[in-house]
Each structure stands twice: as C-alpha cells, then as structure tokens.
Design a protein around this ligand. Sequence first.
Ligand code: PXP
Length: 238
Amino acid sequence: MKRLGVNIDHIATVRNARRENHPSVISAAKFVIKCGADLVTIHLREDRRHINDTDLKILSNIRSIPINLEIAANNQMLKIALKHKPKYVCIVPEKRREVTTEGGLNLRKHKNKIKKIVKKLNEKKIRTSLFINPNIKDIEISKFINTNCVEIHTGKISRQIKANRSFKHELRKIIKCTDLATDLGIEVHAGHGIDFKTAKVLSKIKEIKEFNIGHFIIGESIFYGLNNIIKIFKKICR
Ligand code: PXP
C-alpha cells in the first residue's frame, strides 16, 4: 500500500483568483484527509502564487493533518519550515517564471547547500525529501546529502504514457533509481503529472512508497468530485 499525498495548491489558485477566502484551503486539507489521503502537500512558492504564509501557519497547527511542505533550497524557506515544523519537507527547484516544477533539483551544483538544509531539518525530526530526476548520479548524491527520502520527478513518463508513446526506457530508469535508493536506505516517492494511467504503471514498483498528486486530482474533481477521485487513487495505491 502506497501513501497518497494530495497537493492542494490549485485550491489556493482558485481562491486567489477572487482574492477572498473561497474555496477554503483549510477545509480542503481537512476534506482530502477525510476522503482517505494520507498527507497533504503544499508548495509555499517564493512568489506566493497559490499557498501563502497564513495557510501554512494554520495548517501546521492542525497536527492531525500531516503536512508535506515543498520549499526551494534557500535559508529563507528553511527558516519558515523550521518555524512551522511540518511533518515532512520536500526540497524542490524553483524558477520564478515556470508554470510548474519543471524538473528535479540540480544536486551536482547545490549538494553542499542542500546537505546543510537537510541536516537542520533532520535535527528537528522533520522527514526530508529531495525532488530529483530519475538518474543514478542523483541517487548517489542524495545519499551524500543524507536525505530520508527522494521524490522522483515523473513528468516525462507521465507525458509518454498520456501520449501513448513508448515509456519503457523511462520506466527502466525509474526502476534502477528506485532499486539503488532502496538499497542505500532512502525511501522513494513519485510525483508530477500523475494521472490514473501513470499511477497504474508506477504502482507496480513496490519500492515506491508514496505518490504526490495535484493537478490531475483537482482537475478531475470538477467532473467527478474530490471524494471519488481520491478513492480511485487509493485503490490504485493498493
Ligand atoms: N511533487 C512535487 C515535488 C511537486 O512539485 C508537484 C507539483 O509540481 C507535485 C508532486 C504534483 O504534481 P502534479 O500537480 O503534476 O500532480
């Protein structure tokens, strides 16, 4: 059974469109947990385009909701994470102009900086994860960094699956990384672009312990409701 993290950033996007408080991000977090999500993922972007500091503050105080906070790798975001102490933190790359997180971290370039951030988070007993592309070198560097988990960016394989193109090569890469990470004692998660089809393919990799899914869940819920969509993903996770 894999854990299901539901990313609710897009609830905040809809709310922010009116600059008021509907739909409520807090109610959404409570609701997705009630529907069976194991954790709630939020990305506090540096430009605060969806989730904001107040959301984080309120959500962090509801200890019954396990929060997976995604942050960029810098001291300002680290300070915020240490202040609110979410259960989990995932470090992600961030570019101001991107519409979404386009790829994994550049670990070769930033490994020393990220290692320091991970150490500070681990000292506060916050589970750490790094959002990475599926390549072996990044798994090795993740071991050097001493992260608890890695989340493999599944954007490429999900695009291939959705377009009915061959995805075997990408799947092989993901499996190799998952095997190595597991051997090294790093827990593996997967996220980005996951829909039902991609989740079904990736669910066969038993070493992947957690999915983090946002856009498809929120988009599909317009037609079928959050409760139903989460239930389907939970079934796939089994
Ligand atoms: N995991 C991480 C680390 C992310 O940054 C995101 C959002 O880009 C997701 C999962 C969810 O991706 P999506 O919204 O495509 O499901």
